[in-house]
Design a binder for this molecule. Structure first.
Ligand code: ZN
Length: 362
């Protein structure tokens, strides 16, 4: 299966943070084609191990997250409308009038529409205002709370964007949760390479959980694996759309991206300034793989690498990314060429990672 076929399959799979079972199953199967050494922990992290060409204690971790953001049902009104809170950074702006899927706890998927006032009757003062999440509601066509219960829906059930995958011009695709199913697709491509070409270090590929729920899963996996270094495969927000004015200089179609600085700066005061040794390694690998390499330094975002770097007394970590537009909406956009470039880059990084890397500073 090609990279884009895997990406399409993953984008069309619903797996919200904490309810990743469908993606856990897919990653077990897809990584399992290339190694029998697969374990899944109690949180749902899928860990696929590839032994080094010659025995060594050193292990490298490469990871991507399987979960996607969404919403959680908080209340079912007597009228049959369903209230929600956000699960992860869902932009309220894109919700009104969109189609969503409720994963009822009984297992059924129930389709709903995010309500919005009829355009013709919208009061002037509401027309240009984004309603906050506490004003949002889902309409499943029910006319009472009993109707909603009869559909199998209860408080605590998860809600996801309607999954989509579209192929556009110039090898560009738009899909649901390209964040981080793009990383999952690259991870499986790396597994295929490692099965035939063992590295100088042991490599554990991890399909992690609960990234969108404040970056929980990868940290647990890293504590268990105790890697000498870790690489995160996740998107970076592109700054090349008309309203952005290129804040971080990252553009679609210009190749994979190395994170040199990330800082969330709101709530989660974390980010990554990567180990200089890893930066050099990535630069050399991009040259060796003849892939273009963009660099990003961005305020306002972070990935699991921010937490992985602090486990086991310090784990040098670096973000490898691909540019993505319209992040955290239900239809994120990226270039397949950039994803293929990322595949080539991480493959080269792993292939050139030395058996006894010394990350000591100074
Ligand atoms: Zn992500």
């Amino acid at each position: 299966m090609s990279l884009d076929e895997r990406l399409e399959k993953y984008c069309l799979t619903i797996a919200t943070s904490g309810r990743e079972e469908p993606m856990i199953q897919l990653m077990k199967d897809d990584l399992g084609e290339f190694t029998k050494n697969i374990t899944v922990d109690s949180f749902g992290n899928v860990m696929a191990r590839f032994d080094a060409a010659s025995p060594t204690e050193d292990t490298l971790m490469v990871f991507a997250h399987t979960d996607q953001l969404g919403m959680i049902v908080t209340k079912i009104e007597d009228s049959g409308f369903i209230r929600v809170v956000r699960l992860g950074g869902v932009p309220e702006r894109v919700l009104p009038g969109s189609v969503v899927k409720i994963i009822a706890h009984g297992g059924d998927i129930v389709t709903g529409v995010m309500g919005t006032p009829p355009h013709h009757l919208t009061p002037e003062d509401m027309k240009y205002r984004v309603p906050t999440i506490d004003k949002a509601y889902i309409d499943v066509g029910a006319s009472s709370a009993e109707d909603v219960h009869a559909l199998g829906i209860a408080v605590g059930d998860h809600v996801a964007y309607e999954p989509r995958f579209e192929r556009l011009a110039h090898n560009t695709v738009a899909g649901t949760s390209i964040d981080d199913r793009g990383g999952c697709a690259v991870l499986v491509g790396l597994a295929a390479h490692l099965a035939a070409n063992p590295a100088a270090v042991n490599v554990v590929l991890v399909a992690t959980v609960q990234e969108e729920f404040n970056l929980r899963g990868a940290m647990l996996a890293a504590e268990k694996i105790r890697p000498v270094a870790a690489f995160s495969l996740d998107l970076v927000a592109a700054g090349d759309t008309p309203e952005m004015g290129v804040p971080n200089g990252v553009a679609l179609g210009k190749g994979p991206v190395m994170g040199l600085y990330s800082f969330h700066g709101r709530g989660t005061l974390n980010g990554v300034i990567p180990h200089p040794g890893l930066v050099t390694m990535v630069e050399n690998s991009a040259a060796a793989a003849s892939t273009p390499l963009q660099r990003h330094a961005t305020m306002g975002l972070l990935t699991d690498a921010s937490y992985v770097q602090f486990v086991n007394g310090g784990t040098p970590s670096l973000d490898l990314c691909w540019p993505t537009r319209y992040t955290h909406t239900g239809i994120e956009m990226c270039s397949l060429d950039d994803l293929k470039g990322l595949q080539a880059l991480i493959t080269q990084v792993v292939a050139s990672f030395p058996a006894n890397w010394d990350g000591t500073r100074g």
